[in-house]
Ligand binder design. Sequence first.
Ligand SMILES: NC(=O)C1=CN([C@@H]2O[C@H](COP(=O)(O)OP(=O)(O)OC[C@H]3O[C@@H](n4cnc5c(N)ncnc54)[C@H](OP(=O)(O)O)[C@@H]3O)[C@@H](O)[C@H]2O)C=CC1
Ligand SMILES: C[C@H]1O[C@H](OP(=O)(O)OP(=O)(O)OC[C@H]2O[C@@H](n3cnc4c(=O)[nH]c(N)nc43)[C@H](O)[C@@H]2O)[C@@H](O)[C@@H](O)C1=O
Length: 326
Amino acid sequence: MSAGQVAHTGPLPRDARIYVAGDRGLVGGAIRRRLEADGFTNLITRRSAELDLRDQAAVRTFFREERPEYVFLAAAKVGGILANSTYPAQFLYDNLMIATNVIHAAHESGVRKLLNLGSSCIYPRMAPQPLKEEYLLTGPLEETNRAYAVAKIAAIELCDHYRAQYGADFISGMPTNLYGPGDNFDLKGSHVLPALMRKMVEAQEAGAAQVEVWGSGTPLREFLYVEDLAEACLYLMEQVSEPGPINIGTGEDLTIRELAELIADVVGFEGDLVFDASKPDGTPRKLMDVSKLTGLGWSARTGLREGIERTFAWFMQERAAGNIRS
Ligand SMILES: NC(=O)C1=CN([C@@H]2O[C@H](COP(=O)(O)OP(=O)(O)OC[C@H]3O[C@@H](n4cnc5c(N)ncnc54)[C@H](OP(=O)(O)O)[C@@H]3O)[C@@H](O)[C@H]2O)C=CC1
Ligand SMILES: C[C@H]1O[C@H](OP(=O)(O)OP(=O)(O)OC[C@H]2O[C@@H](n3cnc4c(=O)[nH]c(N)nc43)[C@H](O)[C@@H]2O)[C@@H](O)[C@@H](O)C1=O
């Protein structure tokens, strides 16, 4: 195949060999469930304890032996604002190694198509809003997640250069902040939505009158339900073949204070919200411009309240069963 002749679009065969990297996580789990529900019969998965994707030799052997035809790259070192700013070396190293090893091995072993997942934090901190794909690399990054963002930008570059030089059909989706069943509820490592949900449930049970919300409450964030994201990933894999990031979001945002109030309403927490200004706010706003993806034919369907209600139901059920990650 010559460079540039790289488009693999159209429905994936139901018996295609598909590797979902990171299938025990929030995103990979939702992608695996989506594929199973759609009748895909030949899914390949590995836990990190079985295959450490930072290990180049192990990754190369895995791809040689398993010969996946399609790859959803949803394995990464991931966390909220505190984890990102406390462990920048690990966020940079792990994510560079995972992306480099998987993308290179996918190329070497002849993978037909790969979807690389990044994040909205790749865009400059003070980029105009909403964030268009073309704003990539036009200004300085947000300090609290610069290490993670640099690794995610490197992964986009790998996909684009392997496409240009080798004709590899590797594409990159950039989701906004995600939430849903399977999320990380560990208060030190998690993102804001699961953190506030857990804090409010625990405050209610303890009869506490207040819950602590980090920062000023004024930053704006956009939230996409992870089952919508999984649908978008399959859509991209089947319908889209082009270089550069493709934003995946809802195109709507709200303040952290508004988010906290909405979660309190769903959970039934009636106490006070106390804002801890000693904790970082992070990026003031990162609203995705999703017109590229909507123009290609996909848009999100789950409203924020509905998504939070479903996540809350899942959280309470899994918590009762002792299955919550923390
Ligand atoms: N959560 C969010 O809000 C957002 C996430 N994303 C992107 O989505 C992708 C997935 O994130 P998410 O599902 O939230 O993350 P999770 O932390 O929920 O899951 C991460 C997954 O990666 C696997 N993993 C981590 N390190 C390694 C390793 N060294 N070797 C093999 N597997 C490893 C884990 O495997 P195991 O469990 O077996 O250890 C786990 O299955 C990431 O690329 C992230 O950037 C983008 C935007 C927002
Ligand atoms: C997905 C995305 O996720 C991260 O970026 P972030 O959007 O800043 O992430 P966050 O969800 O942790 O915080 C959002 C906002 O919410 C506030 N906040 C209030 N109270 C809590 C709280 O209890 N926990 C957390 N985590 N945040 C809280 C917090 O102070 C901040 O203002 C990066 O990892 C980045 O790399 C990335 O890709």
